[in-house]
Design a protein around this ligand. Structure first.
Ligand SMILES: [Zn+2]
Ligand SMILES: [Zn+2]
Length: 274
């Protein structure tokens, strides 16, 4: 029996004798099956290869970004947010080892894991067991959990306060349960929003975008983008981090608002003539 990990998305499945035929996370329009076919590995194989390690970088006071080197699967980063004695692991990555766990202990340990959306579920249950913490996932994405566990706490509604100053908000869009994390104390008290792929920082890092599928370039409807921008407008934050080492460093709420306006203008044929 093995807990197979899809090499395209990095998501781990419950223990089975044979690997699943295809990865359910990849075999739909927000991801893709690799052109050379479905390939599986395991966390043990990744560790035994001695090829990978996690780089943990301090970004600002109380905030660390963790990325596997060399890149594995989607290649996202996770974050450690230190919030007044409650440390959150925001989003997750497939690879970790004893060295990673020792580094996290030096940062004061982890009290909870919360996820933006299924593309980053990775080996979340293994992490939760190693750290002895709960995982918070929005109920609307319940069906995308490929390795069920008692560690997973499904939340519903629009917001969940994990600790004072650290709150999850469901925005939907990319996934129905698509969640962002608001850290009020971050960025010297100006506030930080962690968005995973729910709000995406684009090449011009003064702007963001909103997609149903990033790899297959499927946009969201105008009314959904307007709804996401309106929900975010009420939150006090000046900086926004995505999952790919990009950030809107300042005036991030204004960036979300103007980006939503531009996106809707483009969809409605008002932005350009072509
Ligand atoms: Zn996959
Ligand atoms: Zn995604």
């Amino acid at each position: 029996m093995q807990q197979h990990v899809c090499t395209t998305c990095g998501v781990q499945y419950s223990s089975t004798l044979e690997p699943p035929t295809r990865c359910a996370i990849c075999d739909e329009e927000r991801q893709f099956i690799h052109s050379e076919g479905q390939v599986w590995t395991t966390l043990e194989q990744l560790r035994d290869s001695s090829k990978y390690s996690n780089e943990i970088v301090n970004l600002e006071a109380g905030l660390y970004r963790m990325t596997t080197k060399p890149e594995f699967a989607i290649g996202q980063s996770a974050f450690v947010i230190q919030n007044d004695g409650f440390n959150l692991l925001w989003d997750c990555i497939t690879y970790f080892d004893e060295h990673t766990l020792a580094e996290l202990r030096q940062l004061g340990g982890i009290q909870a894991i919360a996820l933006s959306h299924p593309h980053y579920y990775s080996t979340q249950v293994e992490w939760a067991e190693a750290l002895d913490v709960p995982i918070y996932i929005h109920m609307d994405d319940h069906k995308w959990v490929m390795k069920p566990s008692e560690r997973i706490q499904f939340w519903s509604g629009e917001t969940l306060e994990l600790a004072p100053g650290l709150t999850l908000h469901r925005l939907g869009g990319h996934f129905k349960g698509g969640t962002v994390a608001h850290w009020a104390n971050g960025n010297a008290g100006k506030g930080v929003l962690f968005t995973g792929d729910i709000i995406q920082v684009v090449a011009d890092q003064d702007w963001v975008s909103f997609m149903y599928s990033y790899p297959n370039l499927i946009p969201l409807p105008a009314n959904k983008v307007a709804e996401i921008a309106a929900k975010v407008k009420a939150l006090p934050f000046d900086r926004l981090y995505n999952a790919f080492q990009r950030a809107v460093q300042q005036h991030a709420n204004e960036s979300v608002q103007k980006s939503a306006d531009r996106y809707i203008a483009a969809l409605e044929g008002r932005l350009f003539v072509t």
